[in-house]
Design a protein around this ligand. Structure first.
Ligand SMILES: *Cc1c(COP(=O)(O)O)cnc(C)c1O
Length: 409
């Protein structure tokens, strides 16, 4: 058994493996961008600009909804969705304690108050029991986040919200193409919000977002809100503002690039499913490594792979799990496995959102006892890299008893 790289031994992965970059940019993607530049219709919302409307109808069809609006980012998508549902000052929106901070920022941006609910320890998505505990007469929406690519427990949430008419706004920024009971994300709530950030499963070459809904009134409002409150896509633009609004338009260049990516999206998702399944299978016998799973009734988009550590699998029960995680993180990175901590603090513990001294035991535990693999596995050519990562993780695990003992000393 070779010595750990952390202790001066040879690195399991000496240099960055091939095909781990994301997004994959092909000549078709380059052509799509050039097509826009050559056409010259660079302004979003003008009648002769075809890329944004084409992406909107292609994505609506992919998701299985009637309407889709292209917007400037995933954050804008969330903010406009809330505004279109009349969420504003005095209203509360329930969001999970673990998400990217944009989920809570969007609530604040419309003047609302984010109210946090804890997450499930296995799926990492919002826990309906915790939502039930914070629902109030001021609750104007519940915002499930399909974290890491796994759809939230929609049945559990609908049971709480449908009888009282509270809309569900999906934050699907990490879950393009995932399904719940056969229905795609973006079609599971009143409104679905997607990000096209280059790091996401459906990337653009810039910033961008998409908002999906079956409700024509919500769609109309979003179309106005993103363009100064004007009537959308007039043959001759009048510049008359009918409602409140701002500038949250999607760039045609970003839309054209994303359309080109969308043409390969299903194929990439299928390959990713196989690669991730194989990767997780290779790690099945490592004691104390809890692999991410997907409930039977869902398809996972595998945007992020989160591994929890189970301290009952090794000696030194007195050692806090965060300490074991810290030493494992160091050892893995030294071998060349790019593990990361996705979110270092629950949202309610972040300075911008600190309200009451609530405690979120599951969110706190998950963020302290887990490590994530991000982005490297999104490339459909990452299979050989994932084999190398699995071998390197196995090497570190062979040294686990020694690492834990050292840490405890
Ligand atoms: C990325 C992300 C967002 C924000 O999307 P942007 O396009 O970066 O504004 C919102 N929610 C979640 C869960 C995300 O991962």
């Amino acid at each position: 058994m070779s010595q750990l790289a952390m202790l001066g031994g040879p690195r399991a992965i000496p240099s960055t493996p091939a095909n781990v970059e994301w997004p994959v940019v092909t000549s078709a993607d380059e052509e799509a961008v050039l097509r826009v530049l050559r056409r010259g219709a660079l302004a979003s919302g003008s009648p002769d600009e075809p890329e944004v409307p084409a992406l909107e109808s292609e994505w609506a069809q992919h998701v299985g909804v009637r309407h889709c609006a292209g917007v400037s980012s995933g954050t804008a998508a969330l903010q406009l969705a809330l505004a279109a549902l009349d969420v504003g000052p005095g209203d509360e929106v329930v969001v999970p304690a673990v998400s990217m901070n944009a989920t809570a920022h969007a609530v604040r941006a419309v003047g609302g108050t984010p109210v946090f609910a804890d997450i499930d320890p296995v799926t990492f998505t919002i826990d309906p029991a915790s939502v039930a505990a914070v629902l109030s007469l001021r609750t104007a929406a519940v915002m499930p986040v399909h974290l890491h690519g796994l759809p939230a427990d929609m049945a559990g949430l609908r049971a709480l919200t449908e009888p009282v008419g509270i809309p569900l706004v999906e934050d699907a920024a990490q879950a393009h193409g995932a399904t719940y009971e056969g229905v795609r994300t973006g079609a599971l709530g009143t409104v679905g919000c997607f990000s096209l950030h280059p790091s996401k499963n459906l990337p653009s070459c810039a910033e961008g977002g998409l908002v999906t809904t079956d409700d024509p009134k919500v769609h109309e409002r979003i179309a106005g809100l993103r363009q100064f409150g004007e009537r959308p896509r007039q043959a001759v633009r009048t510049y008359v503002a009918y409602t409140e609004g701002g500038n949250h338009k999607l760039s045609p260049i970003a839309a054209a690039f994303t359309r080109s990516q969308l043409a390969r999206f299903d194929e990439y998702a299928k390959v990713r499913q196989t690669l991730v399944t194989d990767f997780l299978h290779r790690l099945r016998d490592l004691p104390g490594l809890v692999r991410p799973t997907c409930p039977e009734d869902r398809d996972h988009a595998w945007h992020i792979l989160r591994f929890r550590l189970d301290p009952t699998a090794w000696d030194h029960a007195d050692l806090p799990t965060w300490a074991v995680r810290r030493v494992l993180h160091k050892a893995l990175r030294a071998e060349g496995v790019p593990m990361s901590s996705y979110q270092v603090l629950p949202l309610p513990a972040q300075p911008a959102f600190r309200g009451k001294q609530d405690c979120f035991p599951v969110a706190t535990a998950v963020l302290q006892d887990s490590l994530c693999l991000q982005r490297r596995h999104l490339n459909p050519g990452s299979g050989p890299a994932l084999v190398q990562y699995a071998d390197a993780i196995t090497k570190v695990w062979e040294h686990l008893p020694e690492l834990v003992t050292r840490e405890a000393a």
